[in-house]
Design a protein around this ligand. Structure first.
Ligand SMILES: [Zn+2]
Length: 687
């Protein structure tokens, strides 16, 4: 809980800075309406000063180190920095502007230096180590033991055991990495916003549904090109174009612009930045005593070693390539039958896959969308959470919001007690980065003795309402909404003591991906998928088509994803990476593993934002979790869709404890056995 501490503020001019005052808001949410860009730098400065003072107090404590006076105090330290960072990085993700981006450029090296200064402080580490060495004798409970062991490991992994010279070098590397990461993200945003496919001949719109033409009209008006049509490399604009536009050359132009982002030899070129990042990571791993960066990262994950990751990826790759090849054959038949006279290229995939989908599964995106009105899909996700866990969702009016478009909900437990606040921000704009994610402005904990409730920020880039129609989602977008909502459930059901948790990319997609199963379950669909004009529930025949199309395009989806995962692993298992030419590197690598030319990796090096951030040697986590979520969902199909005992076990074994217990231990507590791979293979038609 943030309390008023204006007396300790060192910056005299900061008296009216909302971060230094009691927020005075409902549920103590952040006062977004009063937080201005100029508040961040003084707030960061003060927050770092406070955290240093808190660390100094721990160091100067004359009593012998104990769990309470050292580990628990460290966990409590840095609360203001947590608040400021959560708001700042939340806004730079979903509502950024030039001021915030300039601040981020300036803050990144300062924050990195601050973290290093604290984590490499030998006086703190001595105290932590003393407690760690005596851990067997302290009578700690499971949560305390997990915190102690992981906090100790975190110091070691941050370089606490290195000599002074190596620590100095490590700090330099961290500084450089933090700057490169920011530049990479800024370049990517500029490159994504920079390209516009301008159409001035109406005939070139042939094939496109009205729902994707209207946003192109709006985009043209916004770009001072009224009367024309503008398509962009943002996915809600690009994917319908690739799917429906009949003009093959224009499809190719748009797709090429997408796949060349960050690789155009201009000021926003990311290839050198990626090479620099990989090289620094190799050096960092060696400095810390690991063979490769992947060894360093995976030690803390459910997978534990690169070998186990490759074990899964290679097995899936071998199963998926022949399926993708058969999909190419199927699409080529359509091209030939239509007298196309060309061989399928990567940019053709969406267009001909849609034809296969219509022919073979009779599933037509434009037929589905009217049943997937955004607000109803959202309420469908709420309903599933209610059926499983008894949670309820009520809109909150008059709340400060991270962006005016955001919706706000209060979540309550079955007994009516307050559980969480959640913002939902659904549509794309230039101030928002691409993709969908579930962030948080505050996590649940009771580190100070009183319960702190979560504040969640769910952000998407979904199709906007157009004309008189509300926002109508694609099936993919429906699944994405349930997915991100699963992350939100993970946060709202959290039931932990400490602020510090240790989540992992190869486990945290279990709570999100398992929700995708409910999204397309017939019972659930009948509940939320109602025609936006007639109110009629989705017909059984359409549901059956969706179920039948489970295996549709799975060769492509699996290969496209695995290529990126394997590239991530390849980079991070390098033992040398001097003067890397990343474009040549990825080309050579993809050739060596037999990636077919009709598929471009889901991410190429110049726009692989995941591995710049927290998913380095971690992009595999989605399919690792795919094994987990398919196996875990079978616990419900073996009983019933909303089986209360199974739901209770999932909540208490996994959602409540995520980040505070060993991953396999949590899974075993839920399922009673280790996860099996077969449910995933079955689901994707790869058996
Ligand atoms: Zn996710």
């Amino acid at each position: 809980m943030l309390t008023a501490c204006t007396g300790q503020v060192s910056d005299q001019s900061a008296g009216d800075n909302p971060f230094f005052e009691s927020y005075g808001t409902k549920f103590n949410v952040h006062p977004f309406d009063r937080i201005m860009p100029e508040h961040f730098e003084p707030a960061f400065a003060e927050a770092m000063t406070r955290e240093k003072a808190e660390h100094l107090a721990i160091i100067e404590n004359s009593e012998a180190p104990t769990f309470e006076n050292t580990i628990a105090e460290l966990d409590r330290a840095g609360e203001l920095l947590g608040e400021v960072s959560a708001v700042f990085f939340g806004l730079t993700g979903s509502n950024t502007n030039e001021d915030l981006q300039a601040i981020r450029q300036r803050m990144a090296p300062l924050l990195s230096a601050h973290r290093d200064e604290l984590s490499l402080d030998k006086r703190i580490f001595e105290r932590v180590k003393t407690i760690y060495d005596a851990r067997e004798t302290l009578g700690l409970d499971a949560e305390q033991s997990y915190l102690l062991e992981n906090m100790y490991k975190r110091y070691v992994r941050s370089g606490a055991l290195l000599n002074d010279e190596d620590q100095t070098r490590l700090k330099e590397i961290n500084q450089d990495l933090s700057k490169l990461r920011v530049s990479f993200g800024d370049n990517l945003l500029a490159e994504t916003n920079g390209f516009k496919l301008v159409i001035d001949n109406e005939a070139d719109l042939a094939g496109l549904p009205q729902s994707s033409i209207e946003p192109a009209v709006v985009a043209a008006e916004a770009a001072d090109m009224a009367g024309k049509w503008v398509f962009t490399t943002h996915k809600p604009s690009m994917l319908p174009f690739l799917t429906y536009a009949e003009n093959r050359d224009l499809r190719r132009q748009l797709f090429t612009a997408y796949t060349m982002r960050g690789n155009n030899g201009n000021e926003q070129d990311n290839t050198g930045i990626m090479a620099g990042i990989i090289e620094l990571r190799v050096e960092r791993a060696k400095l810390l005593g690991y063979g490769t960066y992947a060894d360093y990262v995976l030690e803390n994950r459910m997978a534990k070693t690169p070998e186990r990751v490759y074990g899964l990826l290679d097995r899936l790759w071998a199963a998926a390539i022949p399926v993708a090849e058969s999909e190419v054959v199927e699409m080529q038949k359509i091209i030939d039958r239509e007298g196309g006279g060309f061989a399928l290229e990567a940019s053709d995939w969406w267009h001909y896959a849609e034809k296969v989908r219509k022919e073979k599964y009779e599933l037509d995106d434009t037929e589905l969308r009217p049943y997937f009105q955004l607000d109803q899909v959202r309420d469908g996700a709420f309903w599933v959470a209610n059926q499983l866990y008894g949670l309820t969702f009520e809109p909150l009016a008059d709340m400060p919001k991270p962006h005016p478009e955001a919706q706000v909900f209060e979540i309550k437990e079955a007994d009516g007690s307050h559980c969480a606040v959640m913002y939902m921000d659904f549509h794309p704009r230039e101030s928002k980065r691409g993709g969908a994610w579930c962030g948080g402005f505050r996590g649940q904990n009771r580190a100070n003795g009183e319960e702190v409730d979560p504040i969640i920020n769910l952000v998407c880039n979904f199709t906007r309402p157009s004309g008189d129609a509300p926002a109508l989602l694609s099936l993919d977008e429906v699944e994405t909404l349930f997915h991100e909502f699963g992350h939100a459930l993970d946060v709202m059901c959290s039931n932990v003591t400490f602020r510090t948790t240790f989540r992992s990319a190869d486990f945290s997609e279990l709570p999100s991906q398992i929700m995708e199963h409910w999204a397309v379950d017939p019972t659930v669909m009948r509940h939320y998928a109602k025609h936006y004009q007639t109110g009629e529930a989705i017909p059984d025949a359409l549901i059956e088509k969706i179920t039948n199309s489970d295996h549709f395009n799975q060769g492509f989806a699996t290969v496209e994803y695995l290529a990126a995962s394997l590239l991530d692993m390849k980079y991070h298992t390098l033992t040398e990476a001097t003067d890397l030419d990343v474009v040549a590197f990825e080309t050579e690598y993809f050739n060596s593993i037999g990636l077919i030319p009709e598929i471009v990796s889901r991410y190429r090096s110049s726009y692989f934002g995941h591995i710049i951030g927290g998913y380095a040697a971690g992009y595999y986590g989605y399919i690792w979790c795919g094994v987990l979520d398919n196996d875990a969902f079978e616990a419900f199909t073996e009983t019933s869709l909303f089986d209360q005992a199974t739901a209770h076990k999932f909540r208490t074994a996994i959602l409540e404890r995520n980040g505070t217990a060993d991953f396999m231990e949590m899974y075993l507590d839920f399922r009673g056995r280790e996860p099996a791979i077969e449910p995933l293979l079955r689901k994707r038609g790869l058996l």
